[in-house]
Design a protein around this ligand. Structure first.
Ligand SMILES: Cc1cc2nc3c(=O)[nH]c(=O)nc-3n(C[C@H](O)[C@H](O)[C@H](O)COP(=O)(O)O)c2cc1C
Ligand SMILES: *[C@@H]1O[C@H](CO)[C@@H](O)[C@H](O)[C@H]1NC(C)=O
Length: 388
């Protein structure tokens, strides 16, 4: 009898917990479905994870100053990035090896982001899906391709051209991976990859590389060697200059053409990048880098409107999105919450995450008296030190 009651109450608790209301609920649900090692890989960061934590906490240091009586019957969250319309200013950050989390992996996201929700997503160079899989999942829709600094630029060129054919509209240059920071304990360093998992874009790059080598009469190399050998720590701003040739002449078929994005501020703007993502890689590279929201305004001021500015790191609520936009971001990118969503419920879970954030943003905008993205102004957000 008691056993039965216990079982019933367990079922009941599970059913209640199953309908996530916010991103914290989705994180809890993901925690139930992932192994500790994989969870550590996703949630982890550099060193003592002070930057990981600060990215999230910093948003709480900003307060909202609402306007009232402003007719918010229709709240419009649509905007543009690089001339492309998006339904709301919340995009998906590039993240490696998503089949680690769920068999849908990366293919969950283009369907959700590009096709169903009408926003943008970034595909990591270390994606576990191939460009073909991404394209067949979402032939239309806004997709950016993230590349790292590599030694052999001819293969990067092949990748970018292949990306162009497959409908990618922007290149994100990972300027923050001069070296790839390993996490600090063995447990955190090694997620458990499904044995059948392949890194689709690295496979493409390796095939291109071996073609070049064969044409030059050299022996082919294997993936292990290739992935160790190709990342290039010697790169300087010349690399950004090199990318300029894709901007926009090589990509002529789109309204606003293909663009490229990189991180850092004044030099990048002076070199003519189209956008900057203010990012500390979710606290996974340089420990004790400041929280991204704390430096956003500075960077926006530095580039003086020469390029668009986006931000990622620690965005977990609609309020966070609102604050980033008020402080000058054109859009935000979201990382871990999407992986939690995919872990919890594949494609539908990723959609749920974007849905929650979008709805929260609308509520914040209504209560703050900003019926459109253009109405979100700097004066609506202030650092809490203002009041003390
Ligand atoms: C598991 C994981 C893998 C990531 N892989 C990449 C990657 O391959 N390339 C890249 O440019 N950024 C990568 N990032 C960084 C994200 O693009 C983004 O900067 C970060 O996740 C944003 O912070 P948030 O997770 O707090 O939203 C990764 C982040 C996580 C959590
Ligand atoms: C890959 O190539 C390297 C360098 O030639 C070699 O040392 C290594 O044993 C190879 N690994 C595999 C798995 O074949």
């Amino acid at each position: 009898m008691w056993g039965l009651v216990n079982i019933l109450s367990l079922v009941f608790v599970f059913a209640v917990a199953k309908e996530p209301l916010d991103i914290a609920d989705i994180e809890d649900l993901a925690t139930l479905s992932l192994s500790k090692r994989n969870l550590d890989f996703i949630n982890g960061g550099s060193g003592r994870m002070r930057t990981v934590q600060d990215n999230v906490e910093a948003f709480g240091r900003y307060k909202l100053r609402p306007r009232v009586l402003r007719n918010v019957i229709n709240v419009d969250v649509s905007t543009t990035i690089l001339g492309n319309k998006i339904n709301f200013p919340i995009c998906v950050a590039p993240m490696a090896a998503q089949r680690l989390v769920h068999p849908d992996g990366e293919t969950a996201r283009p369907k959700v982001t590009a096709m169903e929700m009408g926003t943008c997503f970034g595909l990591s160079i270390a994606a576990s899906a191939s460009l073909e899989e991404i394209t067949s999942a979402a032939p239309e829709g806004l997709k950016f391709l993230q590349v790292d600094p590599l030694k052999e630029l001819r293969i990067v060129d092949s990748l970018i051209r292949e990306g162009e054919n497959k409908g990618f509209k922007g290149i994100i240059l990972g300027a923050d991976v001069a070296i790839l920071r390993g996490r600090d304990t063995k447990e955190r360093t090694d997620p458990i990859f499904p044995p059948e998992m392949k890194l689709g874009i690295w496979e493409f790059l390796l095939a291109e590389y071996n073609k070049l080598r064969q044409a030059e009469g050299k022996s082919t190399v294997n993936m292990t060697y290739f992935r160790k050998e190709q990342p290039d720590s010697s790169r300087t701003w010349d690399l950004v200059q090199w990318f300029k040739k894709y901007n926009p002449p090589a990509y002529h078929n789109q309204r606003n053409s293909h663009r490229y994005i990189c991180e850092d501020a004044k030099i990048a703007a002076a070199l003519g990048v189209n956008a900057i993502i203010v990012s500390n890689h979710g606290g996974r590279q340089l420990e004790d880098a400041p929280a991204t929201i704390d430096v956003l305004k500075e960077i926006v001021n530095a580039v003086k409107g020469q390029c668009e500015v986006y931000i990622d790191g620690g965005i977990r609520t609609g309020n966070d999105v609102f604050k980033a936009i008020a402080l000058g971001a054109k859009a935000v990118f979201v990382g871990r919450p999407i992986l939690w969503g995919i872990a919890y419920d594949g494609k539908d879970g990723a959609k749920k995450v974007l849905d929650i954030l979008q709805k929260e943003l609308k509520v914040t905008m209504a209560l703050a008296g900003a019926p459109s993205i253009a109405d979100i102004v700097e004066e609506m957000v202030v650092h809490k030190s203002h009041f003390h």
